[in-house]
Structures are given as C-alpha cells and as structure tokens.
Design a protein around this ligand. Structure first.
Ligand code: NAD
Ligand code: IPM
Ligand code: MN
Length: 362
C-alpha cells in the first residue's frame, strides 16, 4: 500500500516522540511491504520563530495533500509571552479547525504490566478500557468574542462558550457509532445544572439517542465524572463530552494507565485526512534529554494504520509490540520506579521495532 504521511514534529519532546513513531512506521513499511512517504512540515513555536506564524500556509498544504498526519506537540516557555494569535498552541487549534477534525478519540486502557506504575490501586485499574470522545472544534476554545475589555472600570477578559446543535449532534453520533462496536453504553458528560450550552448538549444527546435504541445513554455532570474516573473507572466505557471538559478529563484519565506518556489520540472529521497525536504536550521539563516516553505517539501511529489506512493487522502488531516491551520491563522514566535504570526513548523505540519485525516474521 502506498501512503503519504505528513509529519509535524512541533516543539520540545514533540520532535523526539515523532521521530520514534516515524521509525516504527518505517519498520511497518519494511515488515509488511508497504510504501510510506514522509513529508515533514513546521508547526508551533519553531514555525513562529522561522515564519512568524504557528501554522504556515505550506504546512497546511502539505497536510491537505497527505493521507494522514502525525503530530508531536507544540508550545514551550519561549513562546508563552506571545499574544494569543501568535502562540504555538494557536497553530494546533487552527489545523484542527481548518481540517474540520471535530472528533477526538482518546482511548484509555490499562496494561497488565503497568498496573504497579499507576498511583491508583491495581484492583481499581486492572481491566480499564475507556474511550473518551472529545469534541474538538467548538466550545470555549473557538467561541467569539474572546478579548480583553474594561468592565466596571477595571481590566477584564472574555471567552465565549458556544455550541450549535449540529456540532453537538455529530459528535454524539460519533460516540454512539463507537459504542455499537463496544459495550453499547455512552456516558455524556456536561454541566447541565449550570451551563445553557450543556442543557442544549443534553437535549441533543437525548434526541440523537432515539436513532440508537440499541445503545444506552447516561448523563453525568462533569465534576462527578472527574471523581468517577478515579473511583470506579471500570464502570465507564464511551464518554462523550465538549472540548474543554474532554481536555481535562483525558489528562486525568491518563493516570489509569500510569502515565500521560501512554495516551494516544486520533482526530477526525467528515473528510480526509485525519490527524494523530499523543494527548500530552511538549514537556519542556524533560525536552532534549532523550528520556520522553514515545509510546503515546507510537500508539497514535497504530491508530493511523487502523483508522486511516484500514491496516488492522499492522495496527494490532504495533500494539502487541508495545505490550511486549512493557511486559519485558523495558520502561521509560515516567513509568519506572527506578529512574536511574529507566530506558531511553531510543531504547524503547528500538525494542518496539524489534518486536514488530519478529511478529511480522521479517
Ligand atoms: P505536558 O503534557 O507537556 O507535560 C505534563 C507533565 O507530563 C510534565 O511533567 C511532562 O514531563 C510529563 N510528560 C508529558 N508527556 C510525557 C512523555 N511522553 N514522557 C514522559 N513524561 C511526559 O503539559 P504542560 O507541562 O502543562 O505543557 C507544556 C507545553 O505543552 C505547554 O506549552 C502546553 O501548551 C503544551 N501542550 C501542547 C499539547 C499539544 O501539542 N497537543 C498538549 C498539551 C500541552
Ligand atoms: C491537547 C492540548 C491542546 C488542547 C492545547 C495545546 C491547545 O492540551 O491536545 O490536549 O487543549 O486541546
Ligand atoms: Mn490537553
């Protein structure tokens, strides 16, 4: 199979983990006789430095011409003083919006060999399998106006939380479709006791549910959901929620796996291409040390193989290789009790590639 993959490393550990995932994709290419072309492009802080724009036009062109996009992470202290439009994070928000990537799938599964890495008790997390379906192109992140203004004679700031019914319906539909392939249960998370947008969200979820009589719909307030994720995560399956709640709940849920460095994601819309990226950020505190956990990004490339290219077996092989590496105890620092003997990004990546070659028979 021939595919064009746009690679957007971004900033900080984004560069390190994307390089790791690119190596894994090259191993898949070799082991399964595919032909992947990688085209690198700038996004984030590096693009601000070089082009004065966190999402230069040439990057968007490359992405639009590709079959799938792999992204690392953007941002860092060097750019924190910039105005909103010029910030690295704005590049990420714009690419999501420009490509219409409204559905962000964030799977959270516990690994047997990592049960000891989580701050939570083993019996709480053993067997966790949650899919967070986060709305990605609406809500507080995009609503207008967003501005500084004077209110009652003092400096104030305004952000706007807007959702159109059509935006709610399409993401809830996506969650129901996913639930049909899982345990036929959807929990819609909102703040309907306070927010008008959440009341529309809840009503729309109810309406949409009529088209899916085989799937059970439950509503949960977001503060309770944050608690339930820690208290009894095995009761949860598909969670659908708005942009900001999904952002926060997914970082929280990463602790069910042991580290934020384990969570992959896929962002898709109604047209191609989809974008794959780890849930974590550019981790300036560990950038440049070669110690970042590459598994979230490698697992994101497994999602790419499955969702964008229909390569189920190849995707399974990547996931199995990840499991093998973990069960051998080859753990990066974020998962390791003994930080001094932890495996480097490169060691983990090489081990994943070796297992892929073995599982594929070449
Ligand atoms: P972060 O996710 O970068 O890091 C949070 C903590 O988790 C840090 O201690 C970090 O070292 C650790 N961590 C994250 N990923 C890891 C990995 N793969 N291996 C080992 N440890 C890992 O969040 P932050 O520190 O709040 O934000 C840093 C910068 O990243 C900010 O500029 C923020 O805007 C940006 N950010 C970008 C994205 C993205 O590009 N998708 C996501 C989140 C944050
Ligand atoms: C994420 C990140 C982004 C978000 C930021 C960097 C804009 O935290 O992908 O989770 O909030 O969506
Ligand atoms: Mn986030």
């Amino acid at each position: 199979m021939e595919k064009k993959i746009a690679i957007l490393p971004g900033d900080g550990i984004g560069r390190e983990v994307v390089e790791a995932a690119a190596q894994v994709l090259k191993q898949i290419e070799a082991s399964f006789d595919h032909s992947f072309t990688f085209e690198y492009a700038d996004i984030g802080g590096g693009a601000v430095d070089d082009y004065d724009d966190p999402l230069p036009a040439h990057t968007l062109d490359i992405c639009k011409r590709s079959d799938a996009i792999l992204l690392g992470a953007v941002g860092g202290p060097a750019w924190d003083h910039l105005p909103g439009e010029k910030r690295p994070e704005k590049g990420l928000l714009r690419i999501r919006k420009e490509l219409g990537l409204f559905a962000n799938l964030r799977p959270v599964r516990s690994f047997k060999s990592l049960l000891h890495s989580s701050p939570l008790r083993e019996e709480v997390i053993d067997g966790v399998d949650v899919m967070i379906v986060r709305e990605l192109t609406g809500g507080l992140y995009f609503g207008e106006p967003r501005e500084r203004r004077t209110i009652d004679g003092e400096e104030a700031a305004v952000d706007t939380l807007v959702y159109k019914k059509s935006e709610i319906r399409r993401i809830v539909q996506q969650a129901f479709e996913i639930a049909r392939l899982r345990t036929q249960k959807v929990i819609s998370v909102d703040k309907a006791n306070v927010l008008e947008s959440s009341r529309l969200w809840r009503e729309t979820a109810e309406e949409t549910a009529k088209d899916y009589p085989d799937v059970e719909l439950e509503h949960m307030l977001v503060d309770n959901a944050a608690m339930q994720i820690m208290y009894d995560p095995k009761k949860l399956d598909v969670i659908v929620t708005e942009n900001m709640f999904g952002d926060i709940l997914s970082d929280e849920a990463s602790m069910l796996t042991g580290s934020l460095g384990m969570l992959p994601s896929a962002s898709m819309g109604s047209e191609k291409p989809a974008l794959y990226e780890p849930v974590h950020g550019s981790a300036p505190d560990i950038a440049g040390q070669g110690t970042a956990n590459p598994l979230a990004t490698i697992a994101s490339s497994a999602m790419m193989l499955k969702y964008s290219f229909g390569l189920q077996r190849e995707s399974d092989v990547v996931e199995e290789a990840i499991e093998q590496v973990l069960s051998e105890g080859l753990l990066p620092a974020d998962l390791s009790r003994d930080k001094t003997s932890a495996a480097s990004t490169e060691e983990v990546t090489k081990a994943v590639c070796t297992h892929i070659a073995r599982l594929a028979g070449k």
